[in-house]
Design a protein around this ligand. Structure first.
Ligand code: 16G
Ligand code: MG
Length: 547
């Protein structure tokens, strides 16, 4: 085995050398940077995936994507056995291996193997997937070469969405209990549940089974086509931005959420539900243009409230004693949090930004719904809860209504990709709830009104001086900044603002909301200026709009 390691490291230096001394960190969503800087990182992540597989005695996933970033970027994230993000302690190992010099790589790996007491005689299995970027095939080859050099077995799934690869990994590691670890198995599971929930009537009340889909010129479009083939008699999906333009360029979920406008490439159809997914199809937002040509966005907060209320309805109707909760981040619109707590009366938790934080918190509930405002989210159902639901669904002693609600709940759970946010699964969930309620998209929008909000970026010398607590809602460093923010916020009706260092860009992010758009804009600018003044801003301080 020692020989395999020696030759794998020799290949690293010869075929995948670390060209420059640029340091790179395994961030919130893995490594992400210019594709041209990633070859050695990908090879080394292939090596790390083998070690992780040996430790966990399970299949590990390696997904090559830079999600909503521009086409020239790329990235990689490792998927743990139960479809979760790589365990946090291993993020440090990943960074260390990626940043080791070619000469020190062998020593770094030896050290890790020794410290973690890894039995190198164990088998290793790695699943590899990639997005549609032109740099992705070569990067996938680098991973495959590394896994093979260390004697691991690879299954290359080619172009897939990130959530599909998460799904394959879980299916494989739970011996098919969750489904078949193939694209066909994935589409079969989703489409079967969707058709069962919808029944023969595809229209219902104001609900019309017609939707426009913006694939961001990425993998979401081609996978939606495959899914559409399975459900075409139930839902008419018109697919746009399916690869004819540049990936994520003026389209996709991130563009629509940040710019608060419709993407290019999708013809306007008044009052028709439209969705945009991102470059690896793990995020989704809804929107529409009304008769007056006004654009309305229904983001992750909206999806969360819609799904949570419907799960709650079914839990109540089936008389199951299950605790259901919703998890958000500080970015969630204050109105959505109010609506969840006061109208839906569902417990709501707030955690720091990043899917892993939301996912772990959601797992504390029997049924945990989590969404970031940017459209990434899913529903986690505890094993014990699934068992209770299954039991009730087949309990002849229950009243028909109760039993049928439990059956519906069981099928709804089957429609969820519980491993991670999945744009395709989330879309079918939303369509299911709107259909069941006979709602058009305006009915959904009418459930509550978002507070106008604004996001800004501030560049400072070292963003690490900004430290936060209380799920990023309070700033504890530099001293005095939070007090200044409190003073500013006090001046605005229903004002709320927070600042946090970005985990993916060298900037500090500012979020503000208030009762009018001009107040939200002004509040954000005042807070941005305070950050610039107290935390070492670079360049001119941000201008504050006049009253
Ligand atoms: C990453 C996170 C996303 C988060 C975003 C925040 C994952 C898979 N993705 O894309 O959840 O919203 O970072 O970026 O965890 P920021 O730190 O630059 O604001
Ligand atoms: Mg993504």
């Amino acid at each position: 085995m020692g020989e395999k390691l020696i030759s794998a490291v020799a290949i690293a230096a010869k075929t995948h050398p670390r060209k420059e001394n640029k340091s790179i960190q395994y961030g919130t969503a893995g490594f992400r940077t210019k594709a041209s800087d990633l070859d050695h990182v990908l090879y080394r992540m292939g090596l790390l995936a083998v070690l992780r597989s040996k430790v966990k005695e399970a299949t590990i996933g390696v997904m090559i994507t830079a999600s909503h970033n521009p086409e020239e970027d790329n990235g990689v994230k490792l998927i743990d056995p139960l479809g979760e993000m790589l365990e946090q302690s291993w993020e440090a190992h990943a960074s260390q291996i990626a940043n080791s010099s070619d000469e020190n790589l062998k020593g770094t790996l030896d050290e890790l193997i020794k410290t973690l007491n890894i039995d190198m005689a164990k088998d290793a299995y790695v699943f590899v997937g990639r997005d549609t970027r032109s740099s992705s095939p070569a990067l996938a080859d680098a991973v495959i070469e590394a896994v093979t050099a260390l004697g691991g077995l690879v299954q290359d799934f080619g172009i897939v969405t990130t959530p599909m690869l998460h799904y394959f990994v879980v299916c494989k590691n739970t011996n098919g209990e969750y489904g078949k670890p193939t694209p066909e198995g994935y589409f079969f599971k989703l489409s079967t549940a969707f058709k069962k929930l919808r029944g023969k009537n595809t229209s219902n009340g104001k609900y019309i089974p017609d939707i426009s889909f913006d694939g961001a010129n990425g993998v979401g479009a081609s996978k939606m086509k495959e899914l559409q083939a399975c459900i075409s008699e139930y839902l008419n999906v018109k697919i746009f931005n399916s690869g004819e333009g540049r990936l994520n360029h003026q389209c996709g979920a991130d563009f629509v959420k940040v710019q608060q406008k419709a993407p290019k490439g999708v013809p306007t159809r008044e009052n028709v539900r439209s969705v945009s997914v991102d470059g690896d199809a793990d995020r989704i937002v809804y929107y529409y243009i009304d008769k007056e040509q006004v654009f309305h966005l229904l983001d992750g907060d909206r999806i969360a409230t819609l799904l949570a209320s419907y799960f709650m309805e079914l839990v109540k109707a089936s008389c199951l004693k299950l605790n259901l909760g919703l998890v958000q981040t500080a970015y969630a619109n204050g109105s959505s949090t109010n609506y969840i707590a006061k109208t839906l009366k569902i417990p709501v938790a707030c955690v720091p930004t990043g899917v892993k934080h939301l996912h772990h918190k959601a797992q504390e509930f029997d049924i945990g719904v989590y969404f970031e405002a940017n459209g990434h989210g899913t529903v986690c159902v505890a094993k014990s809860a699934s068992e209770m639901i299954a039991q009730a669904a087949s309990d002849e002693k229950l009243e028909v209504n109760q039993r049928e609600s439990a059956q519906r709940l069981q099928t709804l759970v089957d429609l969820v990709n519980q491993t991670v946010g999945d744009a395709l699964s989330d879309m079918l969930l939303v369509e299911t709830v709107l259909h069941a309620r006979g709602w058009d998209i305006a009915d959904w929008l009418a459930t509550y009104s978002d507070l106008p909000n604004r996001q800004m970026k501030v560049t400072i010398q070292d963003r690490r001086v900004i430290q936060t607590t209380d799920a990023e809602r309070q700033c504890i460093s530099p001293p005095g900044l939070q007090e200044t923010i409190n003073e500013i916020v006090k001046m605005y009706e229903q004002g709320r603002a927070f600042v946090r260092p970005s985990g993916t860009e060298d900037v500090v992010r500012v979020y503000a909301e208030a009762t009018t758009q001009s107040n939200a804009d002004r509040l954000a600018a005042e807070v941005a200026r305070a950050v610039h003044e107290t935390a070492g801003g670079i360049g001119n301080p941000p201008p504050v709009p006049a009253l």
